[in-house]
Design a protein. Structure first.
Length: 291
């Protein structure tokens, strides 16, 4: 098998990440100053914990503390985990997003778009999930529990966002004890919508299985390995219609690689037959592009 050479990061890649991180930070901050605060919601994670601490200090101690320093301090430990176990690049852009979103929250004005609590939960959760997804596409995160989710995905090859949802429920219960359970119950809806949005649009966490019937297996194997660095297994097959011997290739790739993989396969063999199925779980060695 040919040796895969990881492509070197280009300046354009850093610019793309920077643009996406700034966009995600602005969207996250705008969401906090519109839907989240208008509905008196707690978004969960360390962002939610920061808001809980900020509101608690003001409610019980009449101490008004800016959001930024609280959120930054809480993210120091997850940032260390990111540097040690994920990548310095990923952590660097994540820290940048934490700083940008934190200061944007303090700078942006509070705007009340709607007072309907259900609309606030649904659209606020959708915007929160989109902000995190945009950051992940830019190979960054919003910090906090996102570091944990990415770490678990990288180490154990699992989609861990529902686990993070469980942690967030604990934060929401704490918020319920302090500020009332009505807001916390709505916040659970908010967090659920956010989690489902991430799982829907962040496709690199999803694996799919491809079955490829072709007369040009070697060419497809070489080109697919150059593209994805995923191994391919050959299976001997016989067509039931013409009873001709064929080769069936079996491989598992990330869903975000599907369009490029399909294009490469059809370029190598326009007559190839491809069957694509969702993979519930993948155990064993599965290559993931470095962050």
């Amino acid at each position: 098998m040919m040796k895969y050479k990881e492509p070197r990061e280009t300046g354009l890649g850093y610019v793309k990440s920077l643009v996406l991180v700034v966009l995600a930070a602005a969207l996250l901050a705008a969401n906090i100053k519109t839907f989240v605060r208008a509905g008196n919601l707690v978004p969960g994670g360390l962002t939610g914990l920061s808001l809980v601490i900020q509101r608690s200090l003001f409610k019980f101690g009449h101490i008004k503390v800016p959001y930024a320093p609280i959120n930054i301090i809480l993210n120091l430990i997850p940032a260390y985990i990111g540097v040690k176990y994920i990548s310095k690049r990923f952590t660097g852009f994540s820290i940048l997003m934490i700083f940008l979103s934190s200061f944007m929250v303090d700078l942006f004005p509070t705007i009340r778009i709607t007072t309907d609590p259900l609309l606030i939960c649904v659209f606020g959760g959708l915007l929160n999930g989109l902000a995190i997804t945009i950051a992940l596409i830019g190979r960054a995160s919003s910090g906090g529990t996102d570091f944990v989710a990415v770490f678990l995905n990288r180490k154990y090859n699992i989609s861990s966002w529902n686990m993070i949802l469980g942690f967030n429920i604990c934060v929401l219960i704490t918020a319920g004890l302090l500020f009332g359970f009505e807001a916390s119950l709505y916040s659970i809806i908010f967090q659920f919508v956010s989690t489902q949005t991430i799982q829907t649009f962040h496709k690199s966490d999803h694996q799919i299985t491809m079955f490829i019937i072709t007369n040009k297996p070697k060419l497809i194997e070489d080109e697919m390995f150059k593209l994805t660095n995923h191994g391919i297994t050959q299976l001997n097959a016989v067509g039931a219609y013409k009873h001709e011997e064929r080769i069936m290739l079996f491989t598992v790739i990330s869903e975000d690689e599907l369009n490029d993989a399909t294009r490469v396969i059809m370029k190598c063999d326009p007559h190839a037959f491809i069957n694509i199925t969702n993979s519930i779980a993948v155990k064993g060695k599965f290559y993931q592009k470095p962050l």
